[in-house]
Ligand binder design. Structure first.
Ligand SMILES: [Zn+2]
Length: 205
């Protein structure tokens, strides 16, 4: 199953608010193309909540038992008001305001996967966004992006599009797996339903 290359126009959440990522520097400035972003730490995913806290996975990726997801999204059961922090750095590329207490935000960056330049977008859903979250803003890992809204859980998925696909044609691939650094008791870094996840996020910058 090739989850990374097929464009499927199925995402109903794509709106007109999409922000076009800035053009990249010439390729020669990016370092080896299979290693961009150059710092490997920048490419990793950490738990999207504060250091030391534990939350339970209540909906794992579709290839795990007891999943309601169509893709590789993960839901954590989190109380209303729990802080959500950026799992990975990037640029705010999309803000969805479905209601006052149920918003979504995509944090995106361009990166190489083998010979192909992609834009990956981390889509955080069911938040009340922090007022500081505005289109085009750079977000570092560990920065607060909002708090959990009335849905009582955080949904995180990672979408991939061809470079400059963000905002260009409104089409994304299916979401893709994103192993999380702190999940060391699963060989692929991807949780199962009911796993209790502990964040070490803030101390690993
Ligand atoms: Zn979900």
């Amino acid at each position: 199953m090739n989850m990374t290359l097929e464009l499927t126009p199925t995402d109903p959440k794509i709106g007109s608010e999409l922000y076009r990522l800035p053009e990249l520097d010439p390729v020669t400035n990016l370092g080896p193309k299979t290693f961009y972003p150059a710092d490997p730490k920048q490419r990793l995913y950490y738990m999207p909540f504060d250091y030391g806290l534990t939350y339970k996975v209540t909906d794992p990726p579709f290839n795990r038992p007891d999943s309601d997801h169509k893709g590789y999204a993960i839901d954590w059961n989190m109380p209303v008001g729990a802080t959500v922090i950026a799992s990975r750095p990037g640029i705010v590329s999309y803000i969805a305001g479905w209601s006052d207490d149920n918003n979504g935000v995509k944090i995106s960056r361009d990166e190489w996967d083998s010979d192909v330049l992609f834009t990956t977008s981390d889509f955080y859903i069911h938040l009340v966004l922090d007022p500081s979250i505005v289109l085009g803003r750079r977000i570092e890992r560990g920065e607060i992006i909002g708090v959990v809204g009335i849905e009582n859980h955080l949904h995180l998925e990672v979408q991939v599009s061809k470079h400059s696909g963000v905002g260009k044609d409104g089409r994304f691939t299916n979401d893709v797996p994103f192993p999380i650094v702190e999940i060391t008791d699963r060989t692929d870094g991807i949780p199962w339903n009911g796993d209790i996840c502990k964040s070490q996020n803030i101390c690993i910058q």
